[in-house]
Write a protein that binds this ligand. Structure first.
Ligand code: CUA
Length: 320
């Protein structure tokens, strides 16, 4: 350790980080205790039962050997089950963002992180977030696999081309923290990083309002929806028989082959790129694929637009 405060531990700046550290320390402690115990027994028995020593060598009474055997086997089984439950519950909680989380889109490319806030504010190699609020990252990559890592939050998630991945965190401490790319992604992999800036919520609101005017993702998506001709078929008034999309996000969709799937972000995205894979029951597989016609950036915009399309066309009392 030196005077600049170099520590073996990254800062703890999220609720998740405290949990992860707790598990890490406990595992280290338990593993250390077991190594110490086994090593000491090895040493003691090695000396005690060395060749030619007068130590007693007959069998132990069966009650002792059996009870001890059952005892330590049961003990370690329960210890392992407890560790599994502990780590599993933390991992599960880490995978489920609260419904009211602030949604931020992250697009990785060689060699930078591009982030985008709900109001349209964009950043490169930086991410401003409010302290104490849940932040959900929806990530994708425009080229190869990258991995978004913020050690201070103990959050790490791959950004994969061709699909959306998610991560979330709740920052607990103001400050600036490193973002790293932790998947070797080419020449400048090591330089691919940035910083997360955790601000008080009021400061964040001021910061977001001060960003240059830029259209929100859904608004740009709405324009693309028209420009690409999607609205020609999917509009309620269209002559082409295509599924209506209002309110589709989050709904269960019944498919022509009998399956039922939840219309999440991945489903919306796949339906644009591979429309023939999950055809909605009652419709013909006539939609062309838009793979190659839209890039990741445009896909994010389209999906963002579809996600916020509320179902307002249902007549009062009528079935959707
Ligand atoms: Cu991106 Cu390594």
């Amino acid at each position: 350790m030196n005077s600049s405060g170099l520590s073996l531990w990254p800062p703890v700046a999220s609720a998740e980080a405290a949990h992860v550290d707790g598990i890490f320390v406990a595992l280290l402690f338990i593993a250390g205790a077991i190594i110490l115990l086994v090593g000491m027994l090895l040493l003691v028995f090695g000396i005690r039962f060395r060749r030619g020593s007068p130590a007693r060598r007959e069998e132990l009474p069966s009650v002792i050997s059996r009870d001890v055997e059952i005892g330590w086997t049961a003990g370690t089984v329960f210890l392992a089950l407890f560790l599994f439950w502990w780590a599993g519950s933390v991992q599960l909680a880490a995978g489920q963002p609260p419904a009211d989380a602030l949604e931020i889109h992250v697009a990785a490319k060689q060699w930078m992180w591009k982030t985008r806030h709900p109001n349209g504010a964009r950043e490169i190699n930086a991410l401003h977030v409010p302290r104490g609020e849940a932040v959900r990252l929806v990530m994708t990559s425009q080229d190869v696999i990258h991995s978004f890592f913020v050690p201070a939050f103990r959050v790490k998630q791959d950004a994969v081309p061709g699909r959306f991945t998610e991560a979330w965190f709740r920052a607990t401490r103001e400050g600036e923290y490193h973002i790293f790319c932790t998947e070797f992604c080419g020449t400048d992999h090591a330089a691919m990083g940035g910083k997360v800036v955790v601000m008080e919520p009021a400061d964040y609101a001021r910061w977001a309002a001060a960003q240059p005017e830029s259209d929100s993702l859904p608004r740009e998506g709405a324009r693309l929806f028209v420009a690409l001709g999607c609205s020609g078929c999917h509009a309620p008034s269209s002559a082409v028989h295509a599924p209506g999309l209002a309110g589709v996000y989050g709904r269960t969709v019944h498919l022509a082959d009998g399956r039922a799937v939840r219309a999440d972000e991945a489903y919306l995205r796949d339906s644009i790129l591979q429309p023939k894979r999950d055809v909605v029951a009652g419709y013909e597989p006539v939609m062309p694929s838009f793979a190659g016609a839209v890039d990741e950036d445009e896909l994010q915009k389209l999906v963002a637009y579809l996600m916020q399309l509320r179902d307002v066309s249902t007549p009062p009392g009528g079935a959707p």
